[in-house]
Write a protein that binds this ligand. Structure first.
Ligand code: FMN
Length: 351
């Protein structure tokens, strides 16, 4: 089948980024974005958090905030899909424009601010149609939340039985005060509330819990947060979210926009933080590497730095859905070249 993105991509990139995203998501929903030929890739399969992943490449949070097309995203070849961030109540997010491209950099800046239709709506959608494949749900708090732990608990309680894993997002830069929750004294009550809620819901079972961190915290603080998460019974970490930093050399007219920077300029920092956490905790918690992955080589670097799983979003804006199979092919080839029989063996070899 011809690649629909070869024609549609340049057209989409002439539109306002959020409008283009809406069209891309709708096309995905309608099955127009294509579908990977089903192929077993035994060297890429791995088991983490008690879940079987057919391959380690996942769609990062934020692309499908309301779980409109997770099944279709899996058909593109992704080994797992993370929907959200979803908050307990629906919320509109920040005024538009709030999403910007930096094409020279393969980057984007967004200050969406958790625009989403709320946990109830997502739960109904997933109850009706839960995709075959690994589905993560990423939860956050409403901008008006008075009691952060209670807000996270509410979103979790509504969605826990509908997700294969749940990611706790305390790292988006676009909800005032949200990232303050990463400080140990604030983090402990949030993680504790979720761990307790999981026990209540499922008598100690329930979905694995993943903590997603910001690349703007110091490595030492990330290690502290990781230890705290492990102590509270969390199952993994996602490193990282977008950054509010702007590298000096950043090109692109939009570079001064307020918001979180994603894409290629984020690769170094997010990979450095991933490596630091992997080293410090010796692989105790599996890590999801995310930030600036736009090729098989970049995904492989994350894995060698300590990622068991790898997610991406921004590269899809520039490369389209075919990137997924291209990356899977490239990853298989690289593993074989290095003499690894399984992706598992490459995790952390260069940490
Ligand atoms: C437009 C946009 C919206 C995003 N929304 C979310 C979100 O709702 N929740 C979240 O945890 N991360 C969100 N992210 C961050 C991504 O999940 C990912 O952590 C980050 O973009 C780095 O990966 P990338 O460089 O491959 O895009 C968003 C990213 C972008 C570009």
């Amino acid at each position: 089948m011809p690649d629909p993105f070869r024609l549609a991509g340049p057209l989409l990139r002439r539109l306002d980024p959020e409008t283009a995203h809406g069209i891309a998501l709708r096309a995905l929903e309608l099955g127009l974005a294509g579908r990977a030929r089903r192929r077993e890739r035994p060297s890429l399969a791995l088991r983490r958090f008690g879940l079987d992943f057919p391959n380690p490449l996942g769609l990062a949070a934020g692309f499908d905030k309301d779980a409109r097309a997770p099944g279709r995203a899996l058909e593109l070849g992704f080994g797992f899909v993370e929907v959200g961030t979803v908050t307990p109540l629906p919320q509109a997010g920040n005024p538009r424009p709030r999403m910007f491209r930096l094409p020279e950099e393969g980057a984007a800046i967004n200050r969406l601010g958790f625009n989403n239709a709320g946990a109830e709506r997502m739960a109904r959608r997933l109850a009706r149609r839960r995709p075959a494949g690994v589905l993560g749900v990423n939860i956050g708090m409403n901008a008006t939340a008075g009691d952060a732990p209670a807000d996270y608990r509410a979103a979790f309680a509504r969605l826990a039985t509908l997700a294969d894993y749940v990611t706790v997002n305390v790292s988006s830069p676009n909800t005032p005060g949200l990232r303050d929750l990463q400080a140990p004294d604030n983090l402990r009550p949030v993680l504790g509330a979720l761990a307790r809620e999981r026990e209540v819901l499922a008598l100690g079972g329930g979905p694995p819990l993943i903590l997603k961190l910001s690349p703007d915290m110091a490595d030492g603080d990330a290690v502290l947060a990781a230890t705290l998460a492990a102590d509270e019974g969390f199952d993994g970490l996602a490193i990282s979210n977008t950054t509010v930093e702007r590298p000096d050399a950043l090109a692109g007219a939009a570079r001064r926009e307020v918001g979180g920077l994603s894409g290629r300029p984020l690769f170094r920092r997010s990979t450095g933080m991933l490596r630091a956490v992997f080293r410090a905790q010796g692989g105790r918690l599996p890590l999801i590497g995310v930030g600036g992955v736009d090729s098989a080589g970049a995904a492989y670097e994350k894995i060698k730095a300590g990622a068991s799983l790898v997610q991406f979003y921004t590269a899809l804006i520039y490369r389209g859905p075919r990137l997924v199979t291209a990356m899977l092919d490239g990853l298989e080839r690289r593993l074989a070249e290095d003499g690894f029989e399984s992706v598992e063996q490459a995790v952390g070899v260069e940490a």
